[in-house]
Design a protein around this ligand. Structure first.
Ligand SMILES: O=C(O)CCC(=O)C(=O)O
Ligand SMILES: [Fe+2]
Length: 296
């Protein structure tokens, strides 16, 4: 008996059918058990041409936006202070970014985590060169206070555009099962060189998709290899993460100036680090502190 055949559970039946069609059972169990899964290109229905187009589009967009010449990503020594900049909001740059955002296998897994009403929330690249340091353990579920850990509120779906073969590539690392802690890392837990938490590196070939519950703690290793690690990072969220109305657009400067409290509560874009058009780093830390303090 297939329960989905009864067609009584209108939201979960379509997800079940897709999990079945694409044979995603292992990935669903890994998402539940570990808080992350890595899907190979064959399962995603993408070929080498797709990932070459995606990587090429990222490099080209970075070159154009940051006025640099990167050349061959495998040997390039373009400076990190340029390759990390202006990396958000890519859909209009090349349709391959739309293909990456709506891949149907990816969407089946995202809808398992976030429901049918999941929304696409942001897309950015990581172009990480030789000598780039790692980053500390953190959760991506910024803004979700402790106590709300039973369900996924957001997830990260990252396309690997280069191979992550070993630690020298500077891969992402994960604390398996940490999504169940339901909170962000505290400062003394975040340093990978002395954290008491065990973590595993993401080792997979280009064209794979790493998908994690946003609450799953992760970090990255320093990169020692020449050339660049290139990744397309995508965030998806539950629909309640959106405001009913975007007061950022159209609220008059006169009102904002007269009522500073209004400016504070207006919900200007910042997730996850900064609005690419209007970076305001000073607003980011208080927002991220909600991950360990509901009163932040
Ligand atoms: O460099 C990495 O792989 C870590 C990136 C990260 O923290 C993220 O995409 O949320
Ligand atoms: Fe992250």
């Amino acid at each position: 008996m297939d329960i989905a055949d009864y067609q009584k559970a209108v939201n979960i039946d379509p997800v079940m059918n897709e999990i079945d069609n694409y044979n995603l059972y292992k990935h669903i169990v890994e998402l539940e058990a570990y808080g992350l899964t890595v899907v190979p290109p064959e399962t995603l229905g993408v070929d080498e041409d797709f990932i070459n187009r995606l990587r090429t589009a990222i490099v080209r967009t970075c070159e154009q936006r940051n006025n640099i010449r990167m050349g061959d990503y495998q040997t390039s020594t373009a400076p990190a202070n340029k390759t990390f900049k202006n990396s958000w909001d890519l859909l209009e740059e090349d349709e391959v970014f739309v293909e990456a955002a709506i891949n149907p296998v990816q969407m089946a897994l995202i809808r398992w985590l976030l429901g049918q009403s999941a929304v696409f929330s942001g897309q950015t690249w990581i172009i990480k060169g030789q000598g780039a340091p790692g980053i500390g353990l953190h959760s991506d579920s910024h803004g979700i206070p402790p106590g709300a850990g039973q369900i996924a509120h957001m997830c990260n779906a990252s396309w690997l555009c280069t191979d992550y073969a070993d630690a020298a590539d500077g891969p992402t690392v994960f604390v398996p099962g940490s999504h169940r802690y339901g909170r962000a890392t505290l400062p003394h837990e975040a340093d990978t060189s002395n954290t008491p938490f065990s973590y595993v590196p993401l080792i997979a070939k280009a064209g794979s998709l790493a998908l994690w519950n946003g609450a799953t703690w992760h970090a990255s290793e320093a990169r020692s290899k020449p050339g660049f690690r290139i990744t397309l990072v995508q965030n998806y969220m539950r629909s309640y993460m959106r405001p009913q109305h975007n007061y950022e657009v159209g609220t008059s400067p006169q009102l904002l100036q007269k009522y500073p409290e209004l400016e504070k509560i207006i919900g200007k874009a910042l997730y996850p680090y900064e609005d690419s058009q209007n970076p305001e780093p000073k607003r980011i830390m208080p927002f991220m502190h909600t991950g360990t303090d509901p009163f932040a």
